[in-house]
Design a protein around this ligand. Structure first.
Ligand code: NAI
Length: 273
């Protein structure tokens, strides 16, 4: 059911690779809620071509941009304003990539070139995006920016390797930039800390399937799926959350507040009373 929560709002949505991507669901929901937006992804991801069907479905244009490249990001914000006819009201940062994870390199043996690449793509890109937007004064007052993160920034998940450190940086950028952009332009910046989700980035992590089941058994509501994550992002882009900024918001079915669950205890063969 749509509520017209984003009627008249203009946005930029990064990271829609295929139908499983969290960003894909956000784009579908934003369209349903009355927003107009530009879709963007790294030029290499475009070659797969799936994004074209999303653009068609949501009446959106696509602007390729490598999120590590300041010139390409500048072009993204300049062109998006031209296409959409005004300043941007919401931005989704849904970008994550670790070569150390992809190559299954243990955390303690991290390759530093890969580590730096992961940092640039998955965390610094957020700073670059915000800095470009601020210099161009491209985001409207009370605009809302959301980046997706994972709880390995607070607690250790050994298989998440360098991305744990990278997500901690991403969350810190949301707080630091959120202060400055808030004071100067009332722009809001938050991170959403999402449950394990079956996407290209998610399933690339070693042992993801087992861990997905574990988290599902801990969370009282079960794992939050990509569609419900998109719903949550839409509320954050809407005016109903206009005083929320600089927060890391857990969207995980209660996982982060649960120590242990009866379901996990019974898997261990322990009966609860
Ligand atoms: P996905 O693989 O569908 O999306 C990742 C996107 O990052 C892809 O569209 C990819 O093309 C894009 N990307 C990579 N390098 C880029 C670059 N240089 N410039 C621009 N775009 C680039 O996977 P998913 O899961 O939808 O990931 C979205 C976000 O959600 C990521 O930040 C991820 O860490 C986060 N997240 C995912 C969880 C999961 O279990 N899938 C859990 C918590 C957070």
């Amino acid at each position: 059911m749509a509520y017209n929560l984003l009627k008249g709002k203009r946005g930029i949505i990064t990271g829609a690779l295929d139908q499983n991507s969290i960003a894909w669901k956000v784009a579908e929901k934003a369209h349903e809620e009355g927003a107009t937006f530009v879709l963007t992804n790294a030029p290499i991801a475009m070659r797969m071509g799936e994004i074209n069907s999303l653009a068609e479905k949501t009446n959106s244009q696509i602007i390729p941009a490598d999120a590590t490249n300041v010139d390409e990001l500048t072009n993204l914000f300049v062109q998006s304003q031209e296409i959409l006819g005004g300043k941007i009201d919401f931005v989704l940062h849904s970008i994550g990539m670790s070569i150390n994870i992809r190559k299954k390199i243990p955390y303690t043996d991290s390759n530093y070139d890969y580590y730096m690449k992961g940092l640039d793509v998955s965390a610094l890109s957020f700073h670059k995006m915000l800095s470009v937007a601020k210099k161009l004064d491209a985001i409207s007052e009370w605009g809302s920016v959301v980046a997706l993160t994972y709880m390995a920034a607070q607690r250790t998940y050994p298989f998440y390797t360098d991305m744990a450190d990278i997500k901690a940086m991403l969350e810190s950028i949301a707080r630091s930039f959120g202060y400055h952009y808030g004071v100067e332009k009332k722009v809001r910046i938050n991170t959403v800390s999402q449950s394990p989700t079956k996407t290209t980035a998610g399933t690339g992590i070693k042992g993801f399937g087992d861990f997905y089941d574990y988290a599902d058994a801990i969370a009282p509501l079960g794992n939050a799926d990509a569609e419900s994550c998109a719903d949550y992002c839409i509320t954050l882009f809407s005016d109903l959350t206009r005083m929320v900024t600089m927060q890391n918001l857990f969207h995980d079915g209660g996982y982060s507040s649960t120590g242990v669950s009866d379901a996990i205890m019974s898997k261990l063969g322990v009966e609860s009373k």
